[in-house]
Ligand binder design. Structure first.
Ligand code: SPV
Ligand code: MN
Length: 614
Protein backbone atom coordinates (compact mmCIF):
# COMPACT_ATOMS: atom_id res chain seq x y z
CA UNK A 1 0.00 0.00 0.00
CA UNK A 2 1.48 3.37 -0.87
CA UNK A 3 1.60 6.29 1.54
CA UNK A 4 -1.49 8.08 0.28
CA UNK A 5 -3.69 5.00 0.55
CA UNK A 6 -2.34 4.22 4.00
CA UNK A 7 -3.08 7.76 5.06
CA UNK A 8 -6.67 7.44 3.84
CA UNK A 9 -7.06 4.39 6.04
CA UNK A 10 -5.39 5.98 9.02
CA UNK A 11 -7.67 9.01 8.81
CA UNK A 12 -10.54 6.76 9.82
CA UNK A 13 -8.94 6.34 13.26
CA UNK A 14 -10.13 2.79 13.35
CA UNK A 15 -7.65 0.09 14.30
CA UNK A 16 -10.18 -2.65 13.51
CA UNK A 17 -10.59 -1.45 9.93
CA UNK A 18 -6.82 -1.22 9.48
CA UNK A 19 -6.39 -4.71 10.90
CA UNK A 20 -8.86 -6.40 8.53
CA UNK A 21 -7.27 -4.65 5.56
CA UNK A 22 -3.78 -5.72 6.63
CA UNK A 23 -4.93 -9.30 7.12
CA UNK A 24 -6.63 -9.34 3.73
CA UNK A 25 -3.44 -8.06 2.08
CA UNK A 26 -1.38 -10.77 3.77
CA UNK A 27 -3.83 -13.45 2.67
CA UNK A 28 -4.67 -12.37 -0.89
CA UNK A 29 -1.22 -10.91 -1.75
CA UNK A 30 -2.33 -8.24 -4.25
CA UNK A 31 0.15 -6.37 -6.44
CA UNK A 32 -1.45 -3.06 -5.50
CA UNK A 33 -3.90 -1.73 -2.91
CA UNK A 34 -6.20 1.22 -3.57
CA UNK A 35 -8.28 2.82 -0.84
CA UNK A 36 -11.30 4.70 -2.18
CA UNK A 37 -12.99 7.52 -0.30
CA UNK A 38 -16.36 9.13 -1.02
CA UNK A 39 -14.82 11.64 -3.44
CA UNK A 40 -16.11 11.95 -7.00
CA UNK A 41 -12.63 11.07 -8.27
CA UNK A 42 -12.64 7.84 -6.26
CA UNK A 43 -15.96 6.75 -7.72
CA UNK A 44 -14.93 7.70 -11.27
CA UNK A 45 -11.72 5.70 -10.73
CA UNK A 46 -13.73 2.52 -10.14
CA UNK A 47 -15.85 2.96 -13.23
CA UNK A 48 -12.81 3.61 -15.42
CA UNK A 49 -10.94 0.70 -13.88
CA UNK A 50 -13.83 -1.67 -14.65
CA UNK A 51 -13.70 -0.51 -18.28
CA UNK A 52 -9.89 -0.56 -18.56
CA UNK A 53 -9.55 -4.05 -17.13
CA UNK A 54 -12.35 -5.38 -19.35
CA UNK A 55 -14.85 -6.28 -16.62
CA UNK A 56 -17.22 -3.80 -18.21
CA UNK A 57 -17.42 -2.58 -21.78
CA UNK A 58 -18.78 0.73 -22.94
CA UNK A 59 -22.00 0.64 -24.92
CA UNK A 60 -23.28 3.08 -27.48
CA UNK A 61 -25.29 5.15 -25.07
CA UNK A 62 -23.46 7.55 -22.77
CA UNK A 63 -22.74 6.02 -19.36
CA UNK A 64 -24.01 2.53 -20.23
CA UNK A 65 -21.76 -0.50 -19.78
CA UNK A 66 -22.13 -4.27 -20.12
CA UNK A 67 -20.70 -6.86 -17.74
CA UNK A 68 -20.79 -10.63 -18.30
CA UNK A 69 -20.70 -13.25 -15.58
CA UNK A 70 -19.55 -16.77 -16.37
CA UNK A 71 -21.94 -19.18 -18.06
CA UNK A 72 -22.27 -21.12 -14.80
CA UNK A 73 -22.33 -18.02 -12.58
CA UNK A 74 -25.75 -16.61 -13.39
CA UNK A 75 -27.46 -16.76 -10.01
CA UNK A 76 -26.93 -17.13 -6.29
CA UNK A 77 -24.97 -20.30 -5.50
CA UNK A 78 -27.09 -21.71 -2.69
CA UNK A 79 -25.22 -25.01 -2.15
CA UNK A 80 -21.91 -23.19 -1.66
CA UNK A 81 -23.22 -20.37 0.50
CA UNK A 82 -22.75 -21.50 4.09
CA UNK A 83 -22.68 -20.19 7.63
CA UNK A 84 -19.51 -20.81 9.62
CA UNK A 85 -20.64 -22.18 12.97
CA UNK A 86 -18.55 -23.20 15.95
CA UNK A 87 -21.36 -25.31 17.36
CA UNK A 88 -24.41 -27.13 16.10
CA UNK A 89 -27.59 -25.04 16.25
CA UNK A 90 -31.16 -26.24 15.72
CA UNK A 91 -32.18 -23.86 12.91
CA UNK A 92 -35.62 -25.30 12.31
CA UNK A 93 -35.91 -24.78 8.59
CA UNK A 94 -32.85 -26.18 6.87
CA UNK A 95 -29.80 -23.97 6.52
CA UNK A 96 -26.48 -24.72 5.03
CA UNK A 97 -23.53 -24.54 7.39
CA UNK A 98 -20.00 -25.79 7.87
CA UNK A 99 -17.95 -26.26 10.99
CA UNK A 100 -16.16 -22.95 11.43
CA UNK A 101 -12.50 -24.01 11.65
CA UNK A 102 -12.90 -26.37 8.73
CA UNK A 103 -14.71 -23.75 6.63
CA UNK A 104 -12.16 -21.03 7.40
CA UNK A 105 -9.29 -23.33 6.52
CA UNK A 106 -10.90 -24.18 3.22
CA UNK A 107 -11.77 -20.64 2.17
CA UNK A 108 -8.41 -19.24 3.32
CA UNK A 109 -6.73 -21.80 1.11
CA UNK A 110 -8.79 -20.56 -1.86
CA UNK A 111 -8.14 -16.91 -1.01
CA UNK A 112 -4.41 -17.41 -0.43
CA UNK A 113 -2.60 -15.51 -3.16
CA UNK A 114 -5.89 -15.02 -5.02
CA UNK A 115 -5.04 -11.40 -5.87
CA UNK A 116 -1.46 -11.97 -7.03
CA UNK A 117 -0.78 -9.52 -9.87
CA UNK A 118 -4.12 -7.81 -9.25
CA UNK A 119 -5.33 -4.63 -7.61
CA UNK A 120 -7.13 -4.81 -4.29
CA UNK A 121 -9.88 -2.23 -3.84
CA UNK A 122 -10.87 -1.06 -0.36
CA UNK A 123 -14.21 0.74 -0.25
CA UNK A 124 -16.56 1.95 2.49
CA UNK A 125 -20.35 2.00 2.33
CA UNK A 126 -23.41 2.79 4.39
CA UNK A 127 -26.27 0.28 4.53
CA UNK A 128 -29.21 2.66 4.81
CA UNK A 129 -29.19 6.47 4.57
CA UNK A 130 -26.20 8.34 5.96
CA UNK A 131 -26.53 10.17 9.30
CA UNK A 132 -29.19 7.73 10.38
CA UNK A 133 -29.65 5.54 13.45
CA UNK A 134 -30.83 2.81 11.08
CA UNK A 135 -27.65 2.53 9.16
CA UNK A 136 -24.86 0.02 9.39
CA UNK A 137 -21.35 0.50 8.15
CA UNK A 138 -19.76 -1.86 5.67
CA UNK A 139 -16.21 -2.35 4.47
CA UNK A 140 -15.83 -4.10 1.12
CA UNK A 141 -12.54 -5.47 -0.12
CA UNK A 142 -12.58 -6.87 -3.63
CA UNK A 143 -10.35 -7.34 -6.65
CA UNK A 144 -13.29 -6.72 -8.96
CA UNK A 145 -13.85 -3.16 -10.13
CA UNK A 146 -17.28 -4.31 -11.38
CA UNK A 147 -18.24 -5.31 -7.84
CA UNK A 148 -17.10 -1.98 -6.38
CA UNK A 149 -18.69 -0.02 -9.24
CA UNK A 150 -22.01 -1.87 -8.82
CA UNK A 151 -21.97 -1.12 -5.12
CA UNK A 152 -21.41 2.55 -5.91
CA UNK A 153 -24.64 2.51 -7.90
CA UNK A 154 -26.54 0.48 -5.32
CA UNK A 155 -25.42 1.83 -1.93
CA UNK A 156 -24.63 5.07 -0.16
CA UNK A 157 -21.05 6.15 0.37
CA UNK A 158 -19.57 5.27 3.76
CA UNK A 159 -16.01 6.58 4.14
CA UNK A 160 -17.17 9.59 6.13
CA UNK A 161 -19.63 7.36 8.00
CA UNK A 162 -16.75 5.14 9.14
CA UNK A 163 -15.16 8.12 10.87
CA UNK A 164 -18.26 8.33 13.05
CA UNK A 165 -17.61 4.84 14.40
CA UNK A 166 -15.07 6.42 16.77
CA UNK A 167 -12.80 3.44 16.45
CA UNK A 168 -15.45 0.79 17.18
CA UNK A 169 -15.54 -2.61 15.47
CA UNK A 170 -19.29 -2.33 14.83
CA UNK A 171 -19.13 -2.74 11.05
CA UNK A 172 -19.66 -5.50 8.50
CA UNK A 173 -16.68 -6.71 6.52
CA UNK A 174 -16.73 -8.42 3.12
CA UNK A 175 -13.77 -9.95 1.36
CA UNK A 176 -14.31 -10.95 -2.25
CA UNK A 177 -11.87 -12.33 -4.81
CA UNK A 178 -13.00 -13.20 -8.33
CA UNK A 179 -10.23 -15.80 -8.57
CA UNK A 180 -8.45 -16.84 -11.75
CA UNK A 181 -10.11 -15.44 -14.83
CA UNK A 182 -10.45 -16.87 -18.30
CA UNK A 183 -11.94 -14.63 -21.00
CA UNK A 184 -12.83 -12.28 -18.16
CA UNK A 185 -14.89 -14.76 -16.13
CA UNK A 186 -14.12 -16.70 -12.95
CA UNK A 187 -12.52 -19.98 -13.94
CA UNK A 188 -12.42 -22.15 -10.80
CA UNK A 189 -16.16 -22.45 -10.36
CA UNK A 190 -15.74 -25.76 -8.49
CA UNK A 191 -13.94 -23.76 -5.82
CA UNK A 192 -16.65 -21.11 -5.58
CA UNK A 193 -17.41 -20.52 -1.90
CA UNK A 194 -19.38 -17.93 0.05
CA UNK A 195 -18.88 -18.35 3.80
CA UNK A 196 -20.65 -16.23 6.36
CA UNK A 197 -19.25 -15.66 9.83
CA UNK A 198 -22.10 -14.37 12.02
CA UNK A 199 -19.90 -14.09 15.10
CA UNK A 200 -17.43 -11.75 13.43
CA UNK A 201 -19.95 -10.04 11.10
CA UNK A 202 -17.89 -10.87 8.05
CA UNK A 203 -18.28 -12.75 4.79
CA UNK A 204 -15.68 -14.34 2.51
CA UNK A 205 -16.56 -14.90 -1.14
CA UNK A 206 -14.27 -16.38 -3.77
CA UNK A 207 -14.24 -17.57 -7.39
CA UNK A 208 -17.40 -15.81 -8.51
CA UNK A 209 -18.69 -12.60 -10.07
CA UNK A 210 -22.52 -12.70 -10.14
CA UNK A 211 -23.63 -9.83 -7.89
CA UNK A 212 -25.80 -12.01 -5.62
CA UNK A 213 -22.61 -13.94 -4.74
CA UNK A 214 -19.94 -11.27 -5.00
CA UNK A 215 -21.42 -7.99 -3.75
CA UNK A 216 -21.01 -8.15 0.01
CA UNK A 217 -23.58 -5.44 0.53
CA UNK A 218 -26.49 -7.27 -1.10
CA UNK A 219 -27.70 -10.61 0.18
CA UNK A 220 -24.57 -11.31 2.26
CA UNK A 221 -24.92 -8.15 4.36
CA UNK A 222 -28.64 -8.91 4.53
CA UNK A 223 -27.92 -12.22 6.26
CA UNK A 224 -25.63 -10.52 8.76
CA UNK A 225 -28.29 -7.84 9.34
CA UNK A 226 -31.07 -10.35 10.06
CA UNK A 227 -28.89 -11.91 12.74
CA UNK A 228 -27.98 -8.53 14.23
CA UNK A 229 -31.61 -7.36 14.13
CA UNK A 230 -32.81 -10.35 16.17
CA UNK A 231 -30.35 -9.53 18.92
CA UNK A 232 -31.28 -5.85 18.94
CA UNK A 233 -35.08 -6.07 18.58
CA UNK A 234 -35.66 -4.67 15.10
CA UNK A 235 -36.38 -6.27 11.71
CA UNK A 236 -34.26 -6.70 8.58
CA UNK A 237 -36.58 -7.88 5.81
CA UNK A 238 -36.60 -8.86 2.14
CA UNK A 239 -39.05 -6.04 1.49
CA UNK A 240 -39.76 -3.15 -0.82
CA UNK A 241 -40.85 0.16 0.68
CA UNK A 242 -43.36 2.30 -1.22
CA UNK A 243 -45.59 5.32 -0.87
CA UNK A 244 -49.19 4.53 -1.79
CA UNK A 245 -51.06 7.59 -3.01
CA UNK A 246 -54.64 7.58 -1.74
CA UNK A 247 -57.42 10.14 -1.80
CA UNK A 248 -56.59 13.86 -1.68
CA UNK A 249 -52.80 13.64 -1.94
CA UNK A 250 -52.59 11.31 1.05
CA UNK A 251 -49.39 9.23 0.99
CA UNK A 252 -49.26 6.08 3.12
CA UNK A 253 -46.17 3.91 3.30
CA UNK A 254 -46.19 0.13 2.95
CA UNK A 255 -43.50 -2.53 2.96
CA UNK A 256 -43.87 -5.77 1.07
CA UNK A 257 -42.16 -9.14 0.84
CA UNK A 258 -42.69 -11.36 -2.23
CA UNK A 259 -40.68 -14.41 -3.35
CA UNK A 260 -39.09 -13.83 -6.74
CA UNK A 261 -41.51 -14.07 -9.65
CA UNK A 262 -44.48 -12.99 -7.49
CA UNK A 263 -44.73 -9.33 -8.48
CA UNK A 264 -42.49 -7.55 -5.97
CA UNK A 265 -40.89 -4.94 -8.23
CA UNK A 266 -44.09 -4.47 -10.22
CA UNK A 267 -45.95 -3.73 -6.99
CA UNK A 268 -43.34 -1.19 -5.90
CA UNK A 269 -43.64 0.32 -9.40
CA UNK A 270 -47.46 0.48 -9.63
CA UNK A 271 -48.30 3.57 -11.71
CA UNK A 272 -49.10 6.65 -9.67
CA UNK A 273 -47.22 5.48 -6.58
CA UNK A 274 -43.70 6.32 -5.36
CA UNK A 275 -40.81 4.00 -4.63
CA UNK A 276 -38.48 4.12 -1.63
CA UNK A 277 -36.79 0.77 -2.27
CA UNK A 278 -37.36 -2.52 -4.05
CA UNK A 279 -35.44 -5.22 -2.19
CA UNK A 280 -34.25 -4.85 1.41
CA UNK A 281 -35.64 -2.79 4.29
CA UNK A 282 -34.72 -2.20 7.92
CA UNK A 283 -37.69 -1.59 10.24
CA UNK A 284 -37.35 -0.02 13.67
CA UNK A 285 -39.69 1.29 16.33
CA UNK A 286 -39.11 4.99 16.84
CA UNK A 287 -41.37 6.93 19.23
CA UNK A 288 -43.67 3.89 19.28
CA UNK A 289 -44.12 4.00 15.50
CA UNK A 290 -42.77 1.62 12.87
CA UNK A 291 -40.30 3.42 10.64
CA UNK A 292 -38.49 1.89 7.65
CA UNK A 293 -35.57 2.72 5.42
CA UNK A 294 -34.35 1.30 2.15
CA UNK A 295 -30.99 -0.30 2.85
CA UNK A 296 -29.99 0.35 -0.77
CA UNK A 297 -30.06 3.36 -3.06
CA UNK A 298 -30.28 1.53 -6.36
CA UNK A 299 -31.92 -1.42 -8.10
CA UNK A 300 -30.31 -4.66 -9.21
CA UNK A 301 -33.32 -5.70 -11.21
CA UNK A 302 -34.33 -8.56 -13.48
CA UNK A 303 -34.38 -7.14 -16.99
CA UNK A 304 -36.43 -9.87 -18.62
CA UNK A 305 -39.83 -8.53 -19.74
CA UNK A 306 -38.93 -4.92 -18.97
CA UNK A 307 -40.54 -3.09 -21.87
CA UNK A 308 -42.06 0.29 -22.61
CA UNK A 309 -45.58 -0.94 -22.05
CA UNK A 310 -45.32 -2.96 -18.83
CA UNK A 311 -42.55 -1.00 -17.08
CA UNK A 312 -42.44 2.41 -18.73
CA UNK A 313 -40.39 4.15 -16.04
CA UNK A 314 -37.69 1.48 -15.78
CA UNK A 315 -37.60 1.16 -19.56
CA UNK A 316 -37.17 4.92 -19.86
CA UNK A 317 -34.29 4.82 -17.35
CA UNK A 318 -32.61 1.97 -19.23
CA UNK A 319 -32.84 3.65 -22.61
CA UNK A 320 -31.57 7.12 -21.78
CA UNK A 321 -28.03 8.31 -21.06
CA UNK A 322 -26.96 7.74 -17.44
CA UNK A 323 -24.50 5.64 -15.48
CA UNK A 324 -25.82 2.08 -15.47
CA UNK A 325 -24.64 -1.50 -15.90
CA UNK A 326 -26.35 -4.21 -17.92
CA UNK A 327 -25.37 -7.77 -17.13
CA UNK A 328 -25.81 -10.94 -19.16
CA UNK A 329 -27.95 -9.43 -21.93
CA UNK A 330 -27.26 -9.69 -25.68
CA UNK A 331 -25.01 -7.07 -27.28
CA UNK A 332 -25.12 -6.31 -30.97
CA UNK A 333 -23.42 -3.25 -32.41
CA UNK A 334 -22.91 -2.01 -28.84
CA UNK A 335 -26.66 -1.98 -28.22
CA UNK A 336 -28.23 -4.17 -25.50
CA UNK A 337 -31.15 -6.55 -26.16
CA UNK A 338 -33.07 -8.80 -23.81
CA UNK A 339 -35.96 -11.25 -23.65
CA UNK A 340 -39.33 -9.57 -23.53
CA UNK A 341 -38.08 -6.06 -24.33
CA UNK A 342 -40.83 -5.63 -26.91
CA UNK A 343 -38.43 -5.07 -29.81
CA UNK A 344 -37.01 -7.18 -32.58
CA UNK A 345 -33.94 -8.98 -31.33
CA UNK A 346 -30.98 -9.54 -33.68
CA UNK A 347 -30.16 -13.17 -34.40
CA UNK A 348 -26.53 -12.79 -33.40
CA UNK A 349 -24.24 -10.92 -31.06
CA UNK A 350 -22.28 -11.42 -27.86
CA UNK A 351 -24.00 -12.77 -24.78
CA UNK A 352 -23.16 -14.65 -21.57
CA UNK A 353 -22.14 -17.67 -23.67
CA UNK A 354 -19.71 -15.64 -25.84
CA UNK A 355 -20.40 -15.33 -29.58
CA UNK A 356 -24.07 -16.14 -29.97
CA UNK A 357 -26.29 -16.91 -32.90
CA UNK A 358 -29.97 -17.83 -32.76
CA UNK A 359 -30.30 -21.57 -32.14
CA UNK A 360 -26.97 -21.95 -30.28
CA UNK A 361 -27.05 -24.83 -27.81
CA UNK A 362 -25.11 -25.57 -24.62
CA UNK A 363 -23.30 -28.81 -23.70
CA UNK A 364 -26.56 -30.32 -22.42
CA UNK A 365 -28.19 -29.54 -25.78
CA UNK A 366 -30.36 -26.80 -24.27
CA UNK A 367 -31.06 -23.77 -26.39
CA UNK A 368 -29.20 -20.67 -25.21
CA UNK A 369 -31.54 -17.71 -25.12
CA UNK A 370 -30.37 -14.30 -26.33
CA UNK A 371 -30.23 -12.96 -22.76
CA UNK A 372 -30.17 -15.01 -19.56
CA UNK A 373 -33.50 -15.17 -17.75
CA UNK A 374 -31.73 -13.75 -14.68
CA UNK A 375 -29.98 -11.02 -16.72
CA UNK A 376 -29.99 -7.77 -14.77
CA UNK A 377 -29.70 -4.02 -14.82
CA UNK A 378 -27.99 -1.98 -12.12
CA UNK A 379 -29.21 1.60 -11.74
CA UNK A 380 -29.45 4.29 -9.11
CA UNK A 381 -32.95 4.73 -7.72
CA UNK A 382 -32.65 8.41 -8.57
CA UNK A 383 -32.85 7.35 -12.23
CA UNK A 384 -36.56 6.69 -11.71
CA UNK A 385 -39.14 9.44 -12.05
CA UNK A 386 -41.29 7.85 -9.35
CA UNK A 387 -38.65 7.94 -6.61
CA UNK A 388 -40.28 8.97 -3.34
CA UNK A 389 -39.14 12.34 -1.93
CA UNK A 390 -38.36 10.64 1.38
CA UNK A 391 -36.25 7.87 -0.16
CA UNK A 392 -33.12 9.10 1.61
CA UNK A 393 -34.71 10.40 4.78
CA UNK A 394 -32.46 9.38 7.71
CA UNK A 395 -35.49 8.87 10.00
CA UNK A 396 -37.17 6.61 7.44
CA UNK A 397 -40.84 6.58 6.49
CA UNK A 398 -43.74 5.61 8.79
CA UNK A 399 -45.12 2.18 7.91
CA UNK A 400 -48.88 1.64 8.17
CA UNK A 401 -49.15 -1.62 6.29
CA UNK A 402 -47.15 -4.73 5.47
CA UNK A 403 -47.89 -6.88 2.43
CA UNK A 404 -46.92 -10.50 1.83
CA UNK A 405 -47.28 -11.76 -1.71
CA UNK A 406 -47.29 -15.28 -3.07
CA UNK A 407 -48.08 -17.08 -6.30
CA UNK A 408 -51.07 -19.34 -6.11
CA UNK A 409 -53.33 -20.37 -8.97
CA UNK A 410 -56.24 -21.87 -7.07
CA UNK A 411 -56.56 -21.04 -3.37
CA UNK A 412 -55.85 -17.64 -1.87
CA UNK A 413 -57.93 -14.53 -2.54
CA UNK A 414 -56.37 -11.46 -4.26
CA UNK A 415 -56.10 -9.59 -0.96
CA UNK A 416 -56.90 -10.37 2.64
CA UNK A 417 -56.23 -8.38 5.80
CA UNK A 418 -55.11 -10.24 8.88
CA UNK A 419 -57.40 -10.33 11.90
CA UNK A 420 -54.59 -9.47 14.31
CA UNK A 421 -50.83 -8.78 14.14
CA UNK A 422 -50.19 -12.41 15.13
CA UNK A 423 -52.48 -13.68 12.38
CA UNK A 424 -50.54 -11.40 10.01
CA UNK A 425 -47.22 -12.91 11.05
CA UNK A 426 -48.84 -16.27 10.36
CA UNK A 427 -49.93 -15.12 6.88
CA UNK A 428 -46.34 -14.06 6.17
CA UNK A 429 -44.94 -17.35 7.40
CA UNK A 430 -47.21 -19.47 5.18
CA UNK A 431 -46.36 -17.73 1.89
CA UNK A 432 -46.00 -20.20 -0.96
CA UNK A 433 -45.03 -19.59 -4.54
CA UNK A 434 -45.78 -21.89 -7.42
CA UNK A 435 -42.99 -22.63 -9.84
CA UNK A 436 -43.55 -21.21 -13.32
CA UNK A 437 -42.29 -22.13 -16.75
CA UNK A 438 -39.47 -19.66 -16.09
CA UNK A 439 -37.86 -22.01 -13.57
CA UNK A 440 -36.33 -25.36 -14.37
CA UNK A 441 -38.46 -28.35 -13.35
CA UNK A 442 -42.16 -29.04 -13.07
CA UNK A 443 -44.68 -26.23 -13.28
CA UNK A 444 -47.14 -25.49 -10.48
CA UNK A 445 -45.10 -26.96 -7.61
CA UNK A 446 -45.68 -24.98 -4.42
CA UNK A 447 -42.58 -23.78 -2.62
CA UNK A 448 -42.92 -22.60 0.94
CA UNK A 449 -41.06 -19.32 1.45
CA UNK A 450 -41.85 -17.65 4.79
CA UNK A 451 -41.69 -13.85 4.53
CA UNK A 452 -39.93 -14.45 1.14
CA UNK A 453 -36.91 -14.84 3.36
CA UNK A 454 -36.19 -18.55 3.40
CA UNK A 455 -32.77 -18.19 1.77
CA UNK A 456 -31.62 -15.50 4.18
CA UNK A 457 -32.89 -16.28 7.68
CA UNK A 458 -29.70 -16.42 9.71
CA UNK A 459 -31.19 -17.32 13.10
CA UNK A 460 -33.26 -20.32 14.21
CA UNK A 461 -36.70 -20.02 12.62
CA UNK A 462 -38.30 -19.97 16.07
CA UNK A 463 -36.28 -16.88 17.01
CA UNK A 464 -37.13 -15.18 13.74
CA UNK A 465 -40.88 -15.69 14.24
CA UNK A 466 -40.69 -14.75 17.92
CA UNK A 467 -39.05 -11.47 17.00
CA UNK A 468 -41.81 -10.73 14.49
CA UNK A 469 -44.51 -11.53 17.03
CA UNK A 470 -43.08 -9.26 19.69
CA UNK A 471 -42.30 -6.42 17.31
CA UNK A 472 -45.83 -5.08 17.88
CA UNK A 473 -45.20 -4.55 21.60
CA UNK A 474 -45.25 -0.88 22.71
CA UNK A 475 -46.53 0.34 19.36
CA UNK A 476 -49.10 3.15 19.45
CA UNK A 477 -50.36 2.18 16.03
CA UNK A 478 -49.86 -1.39 14.84
CA UNK A 479 -49.44 -1.71 11.06
CA UNK A 480 -52.07 -3.83 9.36
CA UNK A 481 -50.84 -6.92 7.55
CA UNK A 482 -52.07 -8.10 4.15
CA UNK A 483 -51.55 -11.16 1.98
CA UNK A 484 -51.94 -10.68 -1.77
CA UNK A 485 -52.04 -13.07 -4.69
CA UNK A 486 -52.06 -11.79 -8.28
CA UNK A 487 -52.08 -15.23 -9.88
CA UNK A 488 -55.51 -16.86 -9.48
CA UNK A 489 -56.53 -18.73 -12.61
CA UNK A 490 -59.85 -19.94 -13.97
CA UNK A 491 -60.61 -23.54 -14.96
CA UNK A 492 -59.05 -22.95 -18.38
CA UNK A 493 -55.80 -21.65 -16.93
CA UNK A 494 -56.40 -17.95 -17.69
CA UNK A 495 -55.41 -15.39 -15.09
CA UNK A 496 -58.43 -13.92 -13.32
CA UNK A 497 -56.95 -10.61 -12.25
CA UNK A 498 -54.91 -8.57 -14.74
CA UNK A 499 -51.86 -6.55 -13.77
CA UNK A 500 -53.85 -3.30 -13.71
CA UNK A 501 -55.80 -4.68 -10.75
CA UNK A 502 -52.65 -4.71 -8.59
CA UNK A 503 -53.37 -1.05 -8.05
CA UNK A 504 -56.89 -1.83 -6.89
CA UNK A 505 -55.76 -4.14 -4.10
CA UNK A 506 -53.14 -1.77 -2.78
CA UNK A 507 -55.46 1.24 -2.88
CA UNK A 508 -58.02 -0.76 -0.92
CA UNK A 509 -55.35 -1.54 1.69
CA UNK A 510 -54.37 2.16 1.76
CA UNK A 511 -58.00 3.08 2.40
CA UNK A 512 -58.32 0.42 5.08
CA UNK A 513 -55.34 1.55 7.12
CA UNK A 514 -56.74 5.07 7.00
CA UNK A 515 -60.21 4.00 8.11
CA UNK A 516 -62.02 4.65 4.80
CA UNK A 517 -63.50 1.22 4.21
CA UNK A 518 -65.32 -1.47 6.10
CA UNK A 519 -64.39 -5.08 5.53
CA UNK A 520 -65.99 -8.50 5.53
CA UNK A 521 -64.91 -10.89 8.23
CA UNK A 522 -64.28 -14.36 6.80
CA UNK A 523 -62.57 -17.40 8.33
CA UNK A 524 -59.33 -16.52 6.52
CA UNK A 525 -59.31 -12.82 7.44
CA UNK A 526 -60.89 -9.57 6.26
CA UNK A 527 -61.69 -9.09 2.61
CA UNK A 528 -62.94 -6.03 0.69
CA UNK A 529 -66.62 -5.24 0.20
CA UNK A 530 -67.78 -5.24 -3.40
CA UNK A 531 -69.00 -1.61 -3.32
CA UNK A 532 -65.61 -0.32 -2.24
CA UNK A 533 -63.73 -2.15 -4.97
CA UNK A 534 -66.29 -0.95 -7.49
CA UNK A 535 -65.79 2.64 -6.36
CA UNK A 536 -61.97 2.44 -6.51
CA UNK A 537 -62.02 0.72 -9.91
CA UNK A 538 -64.30 3.39 -11.34
CA UNK A 539 -62.25 6.25 -9.88
CA UNK A 540 -58.75 4.98 -10.54
CA UNK A 541 -58.96 2.52 -13.43
CA UNK A 542 -62.03 3.91 -15.19
CA UNK A 543 -63.56 0.48 -15.54
CA UNK A 544 -66.69 -1.16 -14.18
CA UNK A 545 -65.88 -3.90 -11.73
CA UNK A 546 -68.58 -6.54 -11.94
CA UNK A 547 -70.12 -8.61 -9.16
CA UNK A 548 -69.26 -11.76 -11.13
CA UNK A 549 -65.56 -10.91 -11.14
CA UNK A 550 -65.68 -10.15 -7.45
CA UNK A 551 -67.49 -13.34 -6.47
CA UNK A 552 -65.20 -15.45 -8.63
CA UNK A 553 -62.00 -14.35 -6.91
CA UNK A 554 -63.21 -13.56 -3.38
CA UNK A 555 -65.23 -16.72 -2.77
CA UNK A 556 -63.58 -18.68 0.02
CA UNK A 557 -62.39 -22.04 -1.25
CA UNK A 558 -62.59 -23.88 2.05
CA UNK A 559 -61.27 -27.26 0.90
CA UNK A 560 -58.32 -25.69 -0.86
CA UNK A 561 -57.50 -23.57 2.18
CA UNK A 562 -57.70 -26.66 4.38
CA UNK A 563 -55.26 -28.40 2.05
CA UNK A 564 -52.92 -25.46 2.47
CA UNK A 565 -53.21 -25.70 6.27
CA UNK A 566 -52.44 -29.39 5.99
CA UNK A 567 -49.25 -28.61 4.06
CA UNK A 568 -48.28 -26.04 6.67
CA UNK A 569 -48.99 -28.40 9.60
CA UNK A 570 -46.59 -30.90 8.04
CA UNK A 571 -43.85 -28.28 7.74
CA UNK A 572 -44.30 -26.76 11.17
CA UNK A 573 -44.90 -29.93 13.19
CA UNK A 574 -41.27 -30.93 12.73
CA UNK A 575 -39.67 -27.66 13.77
CA UNK A 576 -39.51 -25.60 16.93
CA UNK A 577 -41.91 -22.71 16.70
CA UNK A 578 -43.45 -20.33 19.28
CA UNK A 579 -46.69 -21.62 20.84
CA UNK A 580 -48.53 -18.47 19.74
CA UNK A 581 -47.77 -19.41 16.15
CA UNK A 582 -49.00 -22.98 16.53
CA UNK A 583 -52.19 -21.49 18.02
CA UNK A 584 -52.71 -19.41 14.87
CA UNK A 585 -52.40 -22.46 12.68
CA UNK A 586 -54.86 -24.38 14.83
CA UNK A 587 -57.33 -21.51 15.04
CA UNK A 588 -57.16 -20.94 11.26
CA UNK A 589 -57.85 -24.61 10.58
CA UNK A 590 -60.67 -24.63 13.12
CA UNK A 591 -62.36 -21.56 11.60
CA UNK A 592 -62.24 -23.17 8.17
CA UNK A 593 -63.75 -26.42 9.45
CA UNK A 594 -66.55 -24.60 11.26
CA UNK A 595 -67.32 -22.64 8.12
CA UNK A 596 -67.56 -25.81 6.10
CA UNK A 597 -69.98 -27.30 8.62
CA UNK A 598 -72.06 -24.13 8.85
CA UNK A 599 -72.47 -23.58 5.11
CA UNK A 600 -72.17 -27.14 3.90
CA UNK A 601 -70.26 -25.93 0.82
CA UNK A 602 -66.69 -25.94 -0.48
CA UNK A 603 -66.78 -22.58 -2.18
CA UNK A 604 -68.55 -19.80 -0.33
CA UNK A 605 -69.52 -16.47 -1.88
CA UNK A 606 -68.26 -13.38 -0.01
CA UNK A 607 -71.87 -12.15 0.12
CA UNK A 608 -72.67 -14.93 2.55
CA UNK A 609 -70.46 -13.49 5.25
CA UNK A 610 -72.15 -10.61 7.02
CA UNK A 611 -70.00 -9.74 9.93
CA UNK A 612 -68.91 -6.32 8.76
CA UNK A 613 -66.57 -4.07 10.70
CA UNK A 614 -64.29 -1.07 10.25
C1 SPV B 1 -33.06 -11.93 -5.24
O1 SPV B 1 -32.83 -12.98 -5.84
O2 SPV B 1 -33.86 -11.86 -4.30
C2 SPV B 1 -32.36 -10.71 -5.66
C3 SPV B 1 -31.19 -10.84 -6.53
O3 SPV B 1 -32.69 -9.64 -5.24
S1 SPV B 1 -29.84 -11.50 -5.73
O4 SPV B 1 -28.81 -10.48 -5.63
O5 SPV B 1 -29.36 -12.62 -6.52
O6 SPV B 1 -30.23 -11.92 -4.41
MN1 MN C 1 -34.13 -9.87 -3.54
Amino acid sequence: MDKIDLQKLEELNNQHAIKVVEEAIQLCKPAKVTVITDSKEGIAYLRNLAINNGEEKKLKMEGHTIHFDGYYDQGRDKPHTKYLLSQDVDWGLGVNYIEKDKGLKEIYSFLDGSMAGKEMLVKFFSLGPTNSIFSLKALQITDSAYVAHSEDLLYRQGYEEFKKLNGSSDFFFFLHAAGRLENGVSKDIDKRRIYIDLEENRVYSVNNQYAGNSLGLKKLAFRLAINKAQNEGWLAEHMFVMGVHGKKDRVTYFTGAFPSGCGKTSTAMIPGQTIVGDDIAYLKKINSKVMAVNVESGIFGIIRNVNSEDDPLIYQALTSPRELIFSNVLINDNIPYWLGMGKNIPNKGINYSGEWTEGKKDKQDNKITCSHKNARYTIRLSALENIDPKANDPVGVPIKGVIYGGRDSDTTVPIVESITWEHGVFLGAIVESETTSATIGAEGVRKHNPMANLDFISVPFKTYIKNHLKFKNDLKEIPKIYAVNYFLKDEKGNYLTGKTYNKLWILWAEGRVNGDYEAIETPIGRIPKYEDLKEITKRELKIDYTEEEYVKVFSIKVEKYLEKMERMSKIFENIQIPAAFTEELKAQTERLRETRTKFGEDIISPFKFFDIQK
